[in-house]
Design a protein around this ligand. Sequence first.
Ligand code: SAH
Length: 394
Amino acid sequence: MEYCKVFLKPKKEESLLRFHPWVFSGAIQSVEGDPEEGDLVEVYGANQHFLAIGHYQVGSIAVRVLSFTPITIDNAFWIERIRIAYELRKTLRLAGIENNNTFRLVHGEGDNLPGLVIDMYAHTAVMQAHSVGMHYARHQIAEALKAVLGDTLQNIYYKSEATLPYKANLGSENGYLFGGEVEDVAIENGLKFYVDWQKGQKTGFFVDQRENRSLLEHYAKDRSVLNMFCYTGGFSFYAMRGGAKVVHSVDSSAKAISLTKKNVELNFPGDPRHEAYAEDAFKYLEKMGSNYDLIILDPPAFAKHKNVLRNALQGYRKLNAIAFEKIKPGGILFTFSCSQVVSKENFRLAVFSAAAQSGRNVRILHQLTQPADHPVNIYHPEGEYLKGLVLYVE
Ligand code: SAH
């Protein structure tokens, strides 16, 4: 197959030679042919040698690389990449085992599939395309999933309405590519939960907090827990299994609260330790007393773009300051940021300012990040996004 060719300016091939999977539009000297967004293109250096093949895009990232060797992107390619991703999840002991069937199967650049995210919930794969190229490849990817996962796969839900570039105007609708209408109960570390991939945020569940939830369980015994920004209640049912005295879950979304209640009920039917409130975080934190000695703050990304970084850091500082002020002596704070544009250092600085403002003696017990099924491609450090601190507050 003949592909359009993208030629880079002199000296602009450095990052590709170091396997960084993006070509920025500013690095392009000329384009041979007239590629449309989503087409496969080949990338060449200034002296005409092959560098990469990938999906063409309109915007500051012009090409997302699928391979640094000249291969054909056919069904066998998709099967091979998905197979490698699945093998890794088995190695991580997340797939093919008894007490867990929830994991991220494909994490974009981290699995050498830029622009593609696939989360597994029991027998359902939820697929999300972030690029037009991946959107066009969706049926091939679905076939590859079936080939690799076999009988364990019964549904594939495609959910890209909100993640595809808006300007591409693809009119993509969310829906099943395979299977259909089901209510699946997924299992994470032996705990059960319903996932609403159709109406829920992202792919329906925040798979990336699995290990941090496990760590929380370890500290929960006899504590009074506040799970702020609880969404589907993940941290709450772990806290309950860990022996918490009380667990209060708070989220501004009424839908999230009803899912949290449903999930707690699924694991701990009729357990009086849990209460859930649909309320704004700042309002709740301002008016609450000082009864909690384990607080989780896992807010949505405060900054989605670099130019709002300052406001985001202010937001993290304000939020954490109230928690430091109110947490009981001897309390433990789990605090997170999932904004990609907020660096580990900046987040720590915001939390540091909040601690200083409260005047409390604070120690860092753990520095947390995303789990291994959200791997970071070593050539693409931008893939590291989740940051967390576990703090002991005297
Ligand atoms: N901790 C969750 C994920 C949190 S996602 C988990 O482990 O699954 C962020 C959540 O914050 C969303 O559910 C969103 O509804 C909620 N949220 C956003 N703004 C809020 C606000 N101002 N007050 C309370 N909750 C808010």
